[in-house]
Design a protein around this ligand. Sequence first.
Ligand SMILES: [Fe+2]
Ligand SMILES: [Fe+2]
Length: 478
Amino acid sequence: MSVDLYFAAPLIVNDVSANVREAIRAKVWAYLESEKGKRDVVPAPEESVTTSYYSREASILVDAKLDELEAIVLATAKSYLEKTLKLPPRHIEVEQAFINVFEPGAMENQHTHDGSLLSCAYYVEAPEDCGCIGFPDPIAARRSYREFTQTTGTELMTRPDIAVAPQPGRFVMFESWMPHYIQCNKSDKVRISIAINLRGIPEEAQASPTGGDELPARATDSGEENTAAESAVSKAASLEGKPFLFNDLFAINPNFGVIQEPIHDEIPMLVIEDLLKHPEEVRDVVGRMPATNWKHEQGGRNFIDYYDCRLRLPVRYPNSLIAVAQQAIQKVYGIATRPADASVDVNWFMQINEKRADFAVPHADMTEQSMRSLTCVLYLNRLEECSGGTAFFRFKQSNSLLMDEAYARAGNEDPKIGETGLDYWPEATTDEWERVGAVDMMPGRMLIFPSQYFHSAYHPENSFHDFPRMTLAFWMLG
Ligand SMILES: [Fe+2]
Ligand SMILES: [Fe+2]
């Protein structure tokens, strides 16, 4: 006997990573406190919610610059349609996006988002008891039958409705016809959600005389003019296997910021924020480059549990990234440096199987101890792909944060303490290593630290399944 769930109503509930959640929250509050926000977010005429829904020109995604949320929602919608509903690919775009502020006591009656394809509610603020989003069983005939026959229950097949509890960073996606309502905000704080309606255009219908390789341009308010180099970059990003000029693709954002904050008060750390002028293009172009295996040892787990690959890009001078690192090191550490190699490496990592959510094998990057070396790591992932970062460690046996004789000795006695190349995840973890701090992954963020400090990639979530973790690394010698 088999039982199939016909007439299902799929509902996606997803939580974005903490980095993305906080970035969105900061931008939404800045928007709500701006003149534009105060003008556009107004009380609804017949409901208790305050919303930008009635301000026709307003779009919360553009006004609050929520590019990361838009990208996550569009990617989820694609997966909903193609993987869950098994429909052929189509172009999906945002039809309308608005913000809803539920003051204490506010609620919203049952409604649908008819006319759209998919709808989504993302929660920016969701204090306890702020009200769930409720979905009654959309099959009215079944609902009245269950009442009449008293066969209503609490299980998947018999429940009369479901309620999803909001929490900050969570979003709920459903087909736009599905009736839903918002329970009363019984907390004493505001509940803030962003509603997004999506529409779809079948791919055949999209073919236009201008060619199929362009996506709708996003409106920006930067007023920047497109130089020939920039358009060459975006052109390169839209095609496969197109050559690029290193300094054009990795152009430096003139407004990058430098932060010096030691980790654990002891590890000197130089962090450069927003280093890249075109972080999205860099992500796209590098993401399309095939990377080859790295540390593929006989009997190892690479290409079984995970892919650990490398992509080596030759360096010609002047090189935009090396020049920035050189200047920053000179300024902060007061030492003149030169690159260790005539290349920079992209570390390309992806999980095949679910693994422990912690960190890779801690190590130091030094090979010749006599030389002063600084490790430079640039994160290449998009904001919505970011999770974890680079962690720093204390080797418990010698209580040391940096490579010392005790570590070398221990490594000789037990090779599994160091990097054997057999497994990305260390066999010895909390027995040998204490994590003392970390730098979070952020797009275009570069960190520079003395290479002798113990460090590794860290993965608090099993996040790199559907896309690679990509960092660009190079070493500077003093
Ligand atoms: Fe709604
Ligand atoms: Fe390293």
